[in-house]
Write a new protein. Sequence first.
Lengths: 147, 147
Amino acid sequence: MKRLTQQKVETLIREKGLKLTPQRQAIVEYLQGCTHHPTADEIFIAVNERFPLTSRATVYNTLNWLKEAGQVSEVFEGGVARFDPNLDPHYHFVCRACGSVEDIDLDAFGPLPHCTLTGRQTVESYDITMRGLCAKCSPRPAVSVIL
Amino acid sequence: MKRLTQQKVETLIREKGLKLTPQRQAIVEYLQGCTHHPTADEIFIAVNERFPLTSRATVYNTLNWLKEAGQVSEVFEGGVARFDPNLDPHYHFVCRACGSVEDIDLDAFGPLPHCTLTGRQTVESYDITMRGLCAKCSPRPAVSVIL
DNA sequence: TTTGTATTTAGACAAAATCTAAAATTTGAA
DNA sequence: TTCAAATTTTAGATTTTGTCTAAATACAAA
């Protein structure tokens, strides 16, 4: 399971002659520890708990650089941009009730059928987004209880 | 091939006791004639060519109503909301060079393999977005020419 | 034509993201 | 350890996208 790491980011920063700042480290650490798909604002708030004067510009600059460097991807759901530190190829599940976004492993789907487009497009990748109700929001089957 | 139509929208408007205004008609006509996936602003500009004082609020209100009524869908690509008058189930292709969004017929893919999620989610639908280069942006194979 | 109600408009407002110039920090080298 | 150069950060202004509001207007039924 590949994921954004401090170490990898540090290497990339050094390679490009960029600077390792505490703000950048805090953003990466937060993303690394994330179990969900945070918005820029969630990241901004989290980083400000550790570095109270971090500006939004820094958060956006860092996120944009991480995107370009291929260390996070951006997922748009319901008009909201979210950031995804999961570097393994994967799909997404979005709950229509609570809006949560879950990662779905590639092999939940099995191999996709070969796809031939008629319009001479060059297909390089594809995303699949499943929609419905997440476990928490799904109605549970009634359970019999012996009293 | 199902598509948003004036007639269907008029029927829905009457059914709900809403009013048929020239602005609404202009928005629907524009969407109907669209070969691409316009943004709210493109629609705003197009409608204002015919009705110069149409406000953004009217455009957004109408688009939101059309969405609720199931007569258009909203596609988010690259952080931009686009509107889709194609009512047939379909997928999308997005060009990474020019950003254009094309509809891909459902059967370009063939039947999808059965998908079993382990997390007790209830899957109701899914979207597939293919990414790559569109026909215009794809490098063409060299063609031999007899001189 | 009249009337009641829905709709439109212009502009205020809000949220998300980008840009700017000045101040501060990082880093490599002395 | 100190210095200098370059990058980065900050705060706030700005832009973009979308929503909300109150007053004016237009639709549609009688």
